[in-house]
Ligand binder design. Structure first.
Ligand code: PHE
Length: 340
């Protein structure tokens, strides 16, 4: 060692160190290289610097300068390699074969889509859109609709009360009353909106749900208009082969009342056609004269008909969804299928 020229020894150390740095495959290996050459006690370059004192004084400046140079070069190479290894680690964490993320695509909720489609048909039939408050009074929700609070029909539509006579409307029928109060006949409206009931959350019930109310009032409106218009709606919505059935029913605010059912003809993927079961799509009827009187209309002069349907049920039918709750869970894997 003593016979080796320290300047040559430094040159050799420099090239050894640079080779070792280039070969270091990870940060730990690189740290070992740093200790080998620059470590305070064991480092080979440090050792030369420490040995300066034992050298002939005339050699010291040149060796010291060279040793510091080598130290600088090795330090720089260590830093550069460390940066390289970091970048390499990040790059190794990326899987370049992953498919790219799809751009976010918004869409209308399937129930909103059903409301829009239903609305478009009634608009073509000459209806306008109306709305009313979701928090309404006992008067509008029940009494003006010929439903005394002690009538069993009021029990069926039990809802949440916000104050003594203020409640969350249990159906969209109060919009009938509000519209008739605000306008004179002729009236042709559809009024979609949220309604609330004390219902248990299950596959076919949600305590908050959408309804679409319809109301027609004019002179000379008959049961034929009622049946004809609703049958026309069903055929436009589900196709010309759709059958419509009016089943006798009861609502305090219509007389006579009916549940309207449809039987559709569906085409299977293999091209065969098949009739579905009857499905109830709405409650409806001729507006009860007592309701006309409660808004100050002359029941001798005006007649009309009304309906209330559930667009969620219609959307379930259309898309083959068998659990109503999936519409409300906001699972993008489900809802995303309806984005158009
Ligand atoms: N409001 C009734 C319900 O929610 C439906 C209905 C509306 C029936 C209009 C007749 C006329 O059950």
């Amino acid at each position: 060692m003593s016979e080796t020229n320290p300047i040559e020894a430094l040159a050799a150390l420099e090239s050894d160190a640079l080779a070792a740095i280039a070969a270091a495959a990870d940060p730990e290996a690189l740290e070992r290289v740093r200790i080998t050459y620059l470590g305070r006690s064991e480092g080979r370059i440090s050792a030369i610097l420490r040995g300066l004192g034992a050298m002939p004084p005339e050699e010291r400046p040149a060796v010291g300068q060279r040793a510091n140079e080598v130290k600088g070069v090795v330090n720089e190479a260590l830093d550069a390699r460390a940066t390289e290894l970091e970048g390499g680690a990040a790059a190794a964490g990326e899987d370049l074969t992953l498919p790219s993320r799809r751009p976010w695509k918004g869409g209308l909720h399937p129930i909103t889509q059903a409301i829009d489609e239903i609305w478009a048909i009634f608009r073509d039939l000459g209806f306008v859109r109306a709305r009313g408050p979701e928090a309404d009074t006992v008067w509008y929700n029940f009494e003006a609709l010929n439903t005394p609070l002690d009538h069993p029909a009021a029990d069926e539509q039990d809802t949440l009360y916000l104050a003594d006579s203020v409640l969350l409307r249990s159906h969209t029928s109060p919009v009938q009353v509000r519209t008739m109060e605000a306008y004179e006949p002729p009236i042709r409206i559809v009024a979609p909106g949220w309604v609330y009931r004390r219902d248990t959350y299950d596959a076919t019930h949600t305590p908050a749900f959408m309804q679409i109310e319809g109301l027609v009032i004019d002179e000379g409106v008959t049961f034929v208009d009622f049946k004809g218009t609703l049958a026309e709606f069903a055929r436009r919505y589900w196709g010309p082969d759709t059958q419509v059935r009016f089943r006798p029913s009861f609502f305090p605010f219509t007389e006579p009342s009916a549940e309207v059912d449809v039987k559709r003809v569906i085409t299977r993927p293999d091209g065969t056609r098949e009739e579905t079961d009857w499905l109830e799509i709405m409650g409806a009827g001729m507006v009860d004269p007592n309701v006309l009187a409660s808004v100050g209309y002359d029941p001798e002069r005006y007649t009309g008909w009304a309906f209330g349907m559930g667009p969620a049920r219609i959307a379930m039918l259309k898309h083959g969804v068998d659990d109503l709750r999936t519409f409300f869970e906001n699972d993008m894997r489900f809802l995303g299928q309806f984005a158009s």
